[in-house]
Design a protein around this ligand. Structure first.
Ligand SMILES: [Zn+2]
Length: 124
């Protein structure tokens, strides 16, 4: 195994994201790419950041600020948006990133008065 750098691809929200200049190991016999834990973690971080920038998504602190403004728990906001209960905490911790469609909903909550009440009336 030799350490190399090159473009690797990782799926984010079902979309392949290219991350250039990613350190990784490659077998010289079969050319299989293997990542150390640290390389894999860093690749994931960079893929999420690339995806977030591509769609100009809200950042993790911005999402947290919207939620706090309305005094919602992560679970409450997840329920209003009909998401899995851990989804908001993953966004806020940077372990995952919202889709562009969910980003629009978050901006509606932030910018349009009454939108949260509307969601509450229609929440599952
Ligand atoms: Zn091999």
């Amino acid at each position: 195994m030799r350490v190399r750098r090159g473009t690797l691809r990782l799926p984010v929200n079902g979309e392949e994201v290219s991350v250039p200049d990613s350190p990784h190991l490659r077998c010289q016999k079969c050319r299989e790419v293997v990542l150390t834990m640290d390389q894999a973690r860093r690749l994931r971080e960079r893929a999420l950041e690339t995806y977030r920038k591509e769609y100009e998504l809200l950042t993790a602190p911005e999402i947290r600020a919207i939620r706090k403004r309305y005094r919602l728990t992560q679970a409450q906001l997840a329920r209003l948006l009909r998401l899995g209960s851990n989804t908001i905490s993953r966004w806020e911790a940077g372990r995952n990133v919202q889709t562009a469609a969910m980003d629009v909903l978050l901006r509606l909550i932030r910018d349009i008065p009454g939108s949260l009440d509307y969601l509450r009336k229609h929440a599952a």
